[in-house]
Write a protein that binds this ligand. Structure first.
Ligand code: SF4
Length: 76
């Protein structure tokens, strides 16, 4: 089972914590600084993707650090 990542891009302020500091392996800076899931993991919308199990901890760390709780890690 691979975790799914869902970024609420309406809530994201573009602070950069997820893609610069906590988990650049999964997140990247998108248009206007808003967080996107990196291309290699993306599924559909820029804010959605599926990641390998070994990156779950990293993505969860970013979700915990996000000041507006815009990142959700979901089970597939
Ligand atoms: S940590 Fe949250 S608010 Fe900051 S860029 Fe990432 S998703 Fe956006």
């Amino acid at each position: 089972m691979s975790p799914k990542v869902d970024i609420d891009r309406e809530e994201c302020t573009g602070c950069g914590l997820c893609y610069n500091d906590e988990c650049p392996e999964v997140f990247m800076e998108g248009e206007s600084g808003i967080s996107d899931v990196k291309m290699e993991f993306r599924e559909g919308e820029p804010g959605q993707g599926k990641i390998p199990e070994n990156l779950r901890g990293c993505a969860e760390k970013a979700a915990d650090a996000c000041p507006v709780s815009a990142i959700a890690i979901l089970e597939d």
